[in-house]
Design a protein around this ligand. Structure first.
Ligand SMILES: [Zn+2]
Length: 436
């Protein structure tokens, strides 16, 4: 997977290629954390910086180089158009037609072609669609393959129906061909539906990088009945991902150099993003129990479940993207290097990361609150729960990963040390022994 500015499409970059690349019509812009330092539009300040110094200053340089980029330091809010109700998959084709009267060639990327929901969704496009089933990782190779198919068929809108990885493939493909992006989550396991970024993995499941798009998906359609019928574990994992949102956005707001996840990586949160993140946590604390009870007992779908879905998908997405990520996701991304973590879902790892972050911040009260909440909903609170064997060497590996240049850990401030991270992880692990 190759490329550079002259390539046909800039989605693909080699592992070592840290240039920012643009599609021929600028329709497709991606950026990565590391690109902030080493892009075609690189700033003089960043160019002068020694490569070794970039890591620790990646976030700071971005937040401080307002003189180089007029937009740096601006407050930002990014959000998609969002519909949520039960039964929406049956009218998806109509909703898309209403919103984009000029598109005519849909591609539907679905997680399971044979499922009832998928069939109903496909049927809602009366003039037919290119249907592609995708399972497995969102990797460069997968994106290349689907992209080639969509280009050959002249696709002008891409509907991604599935979990985070299907959605990430859909966003990558749609952005590459400047098609409209329509996201329909089949599970409430992450905030992927509403964010303008994809998480790339290597074919064997290790975290590769974040890829950022210039905007949110064009339309997000959430059918709550589909999510109500989905496996419980996914909803619970989504709760773990969503619960991190407020604490991470709070950390970004507290750090004057903290930046959001909006492309490019130079913006401050709005008060609205923080309010959304706070509402997300409040909704989860208040409604998870009733929502999960309804789900476990097989229904009916209640208002609490609707509220939790909005927290998992909409509030978590806006709060994370326009509020910013911090230690909880940095810990998650570091844990992904251990193969045994691959059987755990994104939000399950993040849920443990949230406890670690709160301990790092010295906020023991909230750390305990999240700990108890995780226990109540069935989320991990320790390496043991995550099935990860932890040794001194591995704690070091996690800490070092968190201190890498493109880690969201830098939103915690410029003075984070390996010792601090390791201490917090050890303390988080001991909570389980003391309290359970
Ligand atoms: Zn997340």
């Amino acid at each position: 997977t190759a490329t550079g500015p002259n390539s046909e499409h800039s989605a693909s970059t080699t592992q070592n290629d840290t240039r920012i690349t643009h599609g021929e019509q600028r329709a497709y812009q991606t950026s990565r954390y590391k690109m902030q330092m080493n892009s075609q539009r690189r700033t003089a300040a960043a160019t002068r910086a020694r490569p070794a110094a970039l890591g620790r200053r990646a976030l700071r340089v971005c937040a401080l180089n307002g003189g180089e980029r007029p937009i740096a330091g601006s407050r930002v809010l990014q959000a998609p158009k969002y519909y949520q109700n039960s039964g929406l998959v049956d009218s998806l084709g109509e909703l898309v037609k209403d919103m984009f009267p000029y598109v005519s060639r849909p591609a539907i990327i679905t997680w399971n072609r044979g499922s009832d929901d998928s069939e109903r969704l496909v049927k809602s496009f009366p003039d037919g669609a290119l249907v592609h089933e995708h399972r497995g990782e969102c990797s460069r190779q997968v994106v290349e393959d689907v992209l080639a198919m969509c280009k050959a068929a002249g696709i002008d809108h891409v509907v991604a129906f599935g979990g985070g990885k299907v959605i990430d493939v859909g966003k990558m493909v749609a952005s590459s061909i400047n098609a409209k992006t329509v996201v329909v989550p089949s599970v409430a396991s992450t905030d992927a539906p509403c964010t303008g970024l994809s998480v790339m993995y290597t074919p064997d499941g290790a975290f590769d990088e974040y890829v950022f798009f210039p905007k949110s998906p064009d339309l997000v359609v959430v059918d709550t009945q589909v999510l109500f019928n989905s496996p419980l574990r996914f909803t619970v994992a989504g709760i773990g991902d969503a619960m991190a949102t407020y604490y991470e956005a709070r950390a970004v707001m507290r750090n004057p150099n903290g930046v959001t996840l909006v492309n490019p990586f130079v913006f401050r949160p709005t008060l609205l993003s923080i309010a959304v993140a706070r509402q997300c946590a409040e909704t989860l604390y208040e409604h998870c129990e009733a929502a999960l009870d309804a789900k476990k007992s097989g229904g009916p779908l209640n208002k609490s479940f609707e509220d939790v879905v909005e927290a998992n998908i909409l509030m978590s997405g806006i709060g994370a993207e326009s509020g910013g990520l911090a230690a909880a996701h940095a810990i998650h991304n570091a844990l992904v290097q251990f193969p045994e973590s691959h059987s755990m879902l994104h939000g399950e790892k993040v849920a443990f990361g949230t406890i670690v972050q709160l301990i790092m911040e010295g906020d023991e009260e909230e750390a305990l609150r999240v700990f108890k909440f995780n226990k109540m909903v069935g989320l991990p609170t320790s390496f043991k729960d995550l099935g990860i064997d932890i040794t001194d060497e591995r704690l070091q590996m996690v800490a070092q990963h968190c201190l890498s240049p493109d880690s969201t850990m830098w939103n915690m401030g410029p003075h984070v040390t390996a010792e601090q991270i390791i201490h917090a992880m050890v303390k988080a692990e001991s909570l389980t022994m003391v309290l359970v």
